[in-house]
Design a protein around this ligand. Structure first.
Ligand code: SUG
Length: 415
């Protein structure tokens, strides 16, 4: 039976604030701050535990090997010789934001009836452009069953940031759905990270039906305002699209096209007058996990920051009181990730599939969460200042910490 599994990226031991993502307001604001990798990873584990306890299927992806020596070698350098910004890029723990790992088209949507995953090239940002090799190896292990087709990345120069710019509406996860690819063109001097050419290539490779596939342009104003990915201003789950008024370049035609292709869908729009674009971006209201609980109710797993933003809190209170389709709001603390622009939704990749087809080592249980928590508590660095990134001792600690986690989870094959 097809269910939605959320695979969270475990925050890697090299988590740091190097300010490497222009257009991502949190990353720029916190550049140079001291990070807390252990707290960050434990916050991530607590979020997974929280969602598992709600009766949701939960999986995970392992941190990638950092610093990426192979990438440095391709650049003709190494950890001892690389300039600081190159070393910081090689050290990034950015693979934690699993929403950017791949674009996923579940089996009911595809021509061959397999669940297709295309690893994202993340080519716009140097520190993310070398994630795909490690991510692809991991996807090939987790989704090795014939029920899946795992594709290599679309080639540069067409930027692809994966599921962060992709939404799926379906009456239920296991039924054929409408896949919506949101691309950017311009954004007030910030890069548009998802290119339409990449979105179209992914849709073709996945064998999607044109009548159930839409390509919608992100509003340049949203990108300029800090919505570097569409999932900062919109999120979908089953029949429901939850979206900020300023998300799309041409809102009316976008909604008309969605309603024509999915007449059963419900669009809940948050008006600019109620929650400004600036508040939406700062609070990450939309970078929430919109999920269907076992009771059938829809819940929104929000970052704690959302409830601390008065306009957002007022909107959510009124929605619940007014009996809107989101019935529960569940806050989680992912502050360490948030400070780099990654909310609850960034940290997970949704794969609607039969859990029996997934390598069980990538599915979480209370016991495996305990094992991961222990490895993190024992081995993850407590703090990292950007000036420390070149320290050979820190680099050795980061490598051995990751290997300790892989070994605790029986995933040494990824080492
Ligand atoms: O790509 N931050 C990530 C955040 C990704 C959030 N993902 C989604 N919206 N789905 C990014 O901008 C910051 C790294 C640094 O500055 O050190 C960073 O890469």
């Amino acid at each position: 039976m097809i269910v939605e599994i959320n695979f969270d990226g475990i925050v890697g031991p090299s988590h740091n604030y190097a300010g490497m993502s222009p257009g991502n307001i949190a990353s720029a604001t916190n550049a140079g701050a001291v990070s807390r990798p252990r707290d960050a990873a434990l916050q991530g584990i607590a979020k997974m535990r929280h969602n598992l306890s709600q009766g949701l299927a939960q999986g995970w992806f392992m941190p990638l090997d950092r610093p990426n020596a192979e990438w440095l070698s391709q650049l003709g350098t190494d950890t001892g010789g690389a300039e600081p910004h190159i070393l910081a890029a090689a050290m990034s723990a950015s693979a934690m934001w699993a929403a950017n790992a791949a674009t996923v088209s579940p089996a009911p949507d595809t021509a061959d009836g397999r669940c297709h995953l295309s690893v994202a090239n993340l080519s716009t940002m140097a520190h993310r452009s070398h994630e795909w090799t490690g991510t692809l190896a991991q996807l090939r292990l987790a989704f090795a069953a014939p029920a899946f087709a795992v594709h290599p990345p679309v080639l540069a120069p067409f930027g692809d940031e994966g599921a962060a710019n992709h939404m799926r509406l379906a009456p239920q996860h296991g039924e054929p759905g409408l896949e919506i690819f949101v691309y950017g063109v311009s954004g007030g001097g910030f890069p548009a990270r998802q290119h339409i050419e990449a979105s179209k290539a992914v849709a073709r490779r996945h064998g999607l039906t044109p009548e159930r596939t839409l390509f919608i342009e992100q509003a340049p104003r949203a990108i300029a305002g800090g919505a570097f990915h569409n999932d900062v201003v919109a999120v979908a789950n089953e029949r429901l699209l939850f979206v900020h008024e300023s998300a799309f370049a041409d809102r009316d035609s976008a909604y008309a096209a969605i309603r024509a292709a999915a007449p059963w869908c419900e669009i809940v729009e948050v008006a600019e007058n109620d929650v400004s674009l600036a508040d939406a971006v700062a609070s990450y209201l939309f970078n929430a996990q919109l999920v269907t609980l076992p009771s059938g109710e829809q819940a929104l797993v929000v970052p704690t920051e959302a409830l601390a933003t008065p306009s957002v809190k007022a909107w959510l209170d009124a929605h619940i009181a007014g009996n809107g389709p989101i019935r529960r709001v569940l806050p989680v603390d992912v502050r360490q990730s948030m400070a780099n622009g990654g909310g609850p939704a960034c940290l997970r990749l949704r794969v609607a599939c039969d859990p029996a087809d997934v390598d069980p080592r990538f599915l979480c249980t209370e016991a495996s969460l305990d094992a991961a928590e222990k490895a993190i508590a024992d081995h993850w660095p407590e703090s990292i200042a950007t000036a420390d990134l070149a320290s050979p001792a820190l680099i050795a600690d980061i490598r051995s910490a990751r290997l300790a986690l892989l070994s605790a989870l029986n995933l040494d094959a990824l080492g």
